[in-house]
Design a protein around this ligand. Structure first.
Ligand code: DGL
Length: 277
């Protein structure tokens, strides 16, 4: 057994800052718990990387969070959820410690949309990795076989957010371009999933260029509600989560840069440490 069963914070992982949009909503809903956030900012973006590389990087990050004492980890990253979650759950966890848990963000999102779309035509915006993996259409079909799913990869949206350009004219250009491409694929789409945790930062621009009545789904609140439900249904895990209301932040890149960008995402100052994976 590589990691002992122990009490500790909930680990939240993303390739960079995007997972902060999920962490914020989780903390709003469950402020009593402790959290440890890890951003692999040194190696972001993951969206253009191969399956094997995303799996390897995600595995290293999850191991680091387990070493820090987390009983469970949320992959607050669609790319990692699409390309690494299944392997980690089926191959690695049984060897590391079957009592540890790793959960992703795709499944809870997919479970929520069946009640939202009226036309039964859904669009997904995501990284190249998430769209090419076809994880959304595959998971949606399992629950709602009547829903038609179209996807559009937006390779420049994560770099725009990571470089604090989400409010710039460049962001207008790319948001408009990718949205139009998606809506060209299926004119009946009434619901768009923001299938990347960085994209909520672009929400004002997405709303500006999307048709008026479009449902635009950010994942933060959905993932938070799903985690709360999970902890209700798994009291043994819930008991293992420490409850002092603290949150620690770790990055694989510069501490100064993380502090500056994290404050834009979270609207508060944070203490950050650098870690090597
Ligand atoms: N925030 C991540 C996601 O949800 C990813 C981005 C990336 O590193 O490309 O997909």
């Amino acid at each position: 057994m590589l990691f002992p069963t122990q009490s500790g914070p909930i680990g939240v992982f993303d390739s960079g800052y995007g997972g902060l949009t999920i962490l914020e909503k989780i903390r709003n809903l469950m402020p009593q718990y402790d959290y440890t956030y890890l951003g692999d900012n040194a190696r972001t973006p993951y969206g253009t990387r191969s399956f094997d590389v995303v799996y390897e990087f995600t595995k290293q990050s999850v191991k680091k969070l387990f070493q820090m004492g987390c009983p469970m980890v949320i992959l607050a990253c669609n790319t990692a959820s699409a390309k690494a979650l299944k392997n980690i759950q089926s191959k690695d966890l049984p060897l590391w410690n079957p009592e540890k848990r790793v959960l992703g963000v795709i499944r809870p999102t997919v479970e929520a949309i069946g009640n939202i779309t009226k036309t039964r035509h859904v669009g997904v915006l995501g990284t190249i990795g998430t769209i090419q993996s076809k994880s959304y259409p595959i998971e949606i079909k399992k629950i709602n076989p009547d829903i038609t799913v179209s996807g559009e990869a937006c390779p420049l949206w994560v770099p725009l957010v990571e470089n604090s350009e989400y409010d710039s004219g460049g962001a207008d250009y790319f948001v408009k371009k990718n949205l139009n491409e998606l809506l060209k694929k299926d004119k009946e789409i009434d619901t768009i999933i923001l299938g990347c945790t960085h994209y909520p930062l672009l929400l004002p621009k997405i709303r500006q260029y999307a048709p008026d009545k479009m449902n635009i789904i950010s994942q933060g609140e959905i993932v938070a509600a799903s985690l709360q439900d999970y902890l209700r249904r798994h009291p043994q895990m819930e008991e293992r989560i420490t409850k002092t209301g603290h949150c620690k932040f770790f990055t694989t890149e510069s501490v100064a840069k993380f502090k500056k960008s994290a404050s834009l995402f979270l609207h508060e100052e944070v203490e950050v440490e650098r870690v090597l994976l």
